[in-house]
Design a protein around this ligand. Structure first.
Ligand code: FAD
Ligand code: SF4
Length: 510
């Protein structure tokens, strides 16, 4: 019998890689959704022409469906295949923006590709250290590209050394910004702030076309779907896309998974990587010994816009450039937070002028050119906080089989967000940016997608917790391997660590 993995997103492919490396057989299930034929044809058509030869009309037509995305949805390639609408998973999705995926490759079909490891100081209460994850970060980087360079971030986050890695070329604005941050590093260090180049899960072959937020025409932003395609060629691996799993049970010999069409599959062990919401649903539906209520934790965030004061030598909106995060800035000061506060800085992208004109242009007729010019000076920081400073969300199984979610806000969020805003304002001021604190915008609960912690791993698990191999108390052959088992959610991007932890469980599981 094979091991069964539910989910083909970043966590699913990581545990599968580890199991296959041990010579085990793996059957991988997922929801089976892929990019529709029409969207695929649009993507292939734009990819057939070199970016230098795109006409304005062709580029505008390619971008239009993404600009039309409904609120709360994230769209790439003009398609919603990779993100389920809230109502398919949640009985009342208002007020909670986390969404599930039933796609091959999961949410990594549309993610932002920012990658950083965790550091042990931010893992209080974990039964695992960042040092224990280190070999697994390296193993993950064996099948997922990590672009970036060795800089001041390395000393702060040593679990994944950057030696030998290549950065993507910075955007025109980022080139200036990174040089200024570097020149100000002593002043920044004096205020507990450390900066470096962004690190992204992107191929070195990136063509600098600036379409990252619309869907990479050539697939240079890593998605787990790419790794699934590679695994399909491996002996011992079977991919069974759709129908989705409905529940599971442990049997005398192993495990049994029931699919939505009633099919039953037997396996030796079960590794659940269905994404935090679907994993919670499967667990609540299948393991009546559980508490019946799971508490999710989130590394919440806010957007902090800034304008650069320097005079640009190159237009920021003329390729070559990427629109992924260009610089990472970390605040390491207990007077702001006992944990790292992580900011990722985004330079010009085509959404900036559109959003500014839409928000302010109507109030001042004829002012659109002004907003477009201002957009060319805009740099936006997305600032993440450790989950200790953010809302918790309780989920239970609704009578119709979906999840009912209740958000409990954390009154301490504002204090930490204010301290982080002030510190970033001072630090980025040294690099020629004026932050606009009055325009700060908080993310809605769930919208960071840096969410987990529903069945936290513990050295000595109590009811509602899991052991260090992700097994919920009372289960012996079922391992949760996605963010559900992270005991807390540090600020420094979630997916790389979810993958390393899934790889670790796949390596250590009996
Ligand atoms: C817009 C956006 C930007 C993001 N940017 C970043 C970023 O820059 N950096 C970062 O670290 N993280 C980012 N994230 C978060 C990142 O996408 C997730 O952390 C990551 O995808 C989680 O991986 P996963 O494998 O646990 O789950 P998912 O990616 O959600 O995959 C779930 C898998 O399970 C399958 N599945 C679901 N239900 C079932 C079922 N019932 N039966 C069978 N299969 C099922 C799905 O088909 C899928 O294959 C971003 C997310 C979004 C939405
Ligand atoms: S800039 Fe973005 S969209 Fe263009 S090739 Fe590079 S990763 Fe792909």
């Amino acid at each position: 019998m094979a091991d069964i993995v539910i989910g083909s997103g970043p966590a699913g492919v990581s545990v599968a890689q580890a199991l296959l490396a041990r010579g085990r057989e793996v059957v991988m299930l997922d929801g089976g959704k892929v990019l529709e034929d029409a969207a695929r044809a649009r993507r292939d058509a734009i990819a057939a022409t070199a970016p230098e030869d795109w006409t304005d009309a062709a580029r505008d037509a390619w971008q239009a469906p993404q600009f039309d995305t409904p609120d709360g949805q994230v769209r790439r390639y003009g398609s919603d295949f990779a993100m389920e609408p809230g109502v398919t998973t949640l009985s009342d999705p208002d007020g909670f923006a986390l969404r599930a995926s039933r796609a091959v490759g999961g949410l990594s079909n549309l993610w932002g590709a920012a990658v950083l490891p965790y550091r042990t100081a931010d893992l209080a209460g974990w039964p695992v250290t960042a040092e224990a994850l280190a070999p697994h970060y390296r193993a993950v980087a064996g099948f997922m590209p990590v672009a970036g360079r060795a800089d001041d971030l390395e000393a702060l986050l040593p679990a994944f050394p950057m030696e030998g890695r290549r950065p993507l070329p910075p955007s025109p604005q980022a080139e200036v910004l990174l040089a200024r941050l570097d020149a100000a590093r002593a002043a920044l260090a004096g205020m507990g702030v450390h900066a470096g180049a962004g690190r992204q899960a992107v191929d070195a072959e990136c063509r600098q076309c600036g379409q990252c937020l619309h869907g990479c025409p050539w697939g240079h932003i890593w998605s787990a779907a790419r790794t699934v395609a590679e695994l399909r060629a491996r002996t011992g691996f079977t991919h069974r896309p759709g129908p989705p799993a409905q529940g599971f049970a442990e049997t005398a010999e192993g495990v049994e998974v029931t699919l939505e069409d009633g099919t039953r599959l037997a396996g030796t062990r079960l590794f659940i990587a269905a994404g935090v919401l679907e994993t919670a649903r499967l667990l609540l539906a299948s393991h009546p010994g559980g508490a019946g209520r799971l508490r999710l934790r989130e590394s919440g965030y806010f957007f902090l816009p800034a304008l650069h004061r320097w005079r640009a030598k190159r237009r920021p909106d003329a390729p070559p450039f990427t629109t992924l995060p260009q610089a990472f800035v970390e605040i390491d000061d207990p007077s702001v937070s006992p944990h790292l506060v992580h900011a990722q800085l985004y330079t010009w992208n085509a959404f900036y002028p559109r959003d500014l004109v839409a928000s302010y242009g109507a109030k001042l007729p004829g002012s659109a050119p002004l907003w477009r010019a201002l957009a060319r000076r805009l740099i936006v920081a997305q600032v993440f906080l450790h989950s200790d400073h953010y809302a918790a969300v309780d989920v239970t199984l609704a009578p119709d089989g979906r999840l009912a979610a209740t958000v409990a806000a954390d009154p301490g969020t504002a204090l930490v967000a204010n301290a982080a805003t002030a510190r970033l304002g001072r630090a980025l001021g040294h690099a020629g940016l004026s932050t606009l604190g009055f325009a700060r915008r908080p993310g809605a609960p769930g919208s960071s997608f840096h969410v987990g912690g529903s069945v936290p791993m513990a050295s000595d698990p109590a009811p509602g917790q899991a052991d260090r191999l992700g097994r919920p108390q009372g289960l012996g052959r079922v391992h949760l391997v996605d963010a559900s088992v992270l005991p807390s959610i540090p600020a420094t991007t979630i997916t790389f660590s979810v993958m390393a932890n899934a790889h670790r469980i796949g390596t250590e599981a009996p």
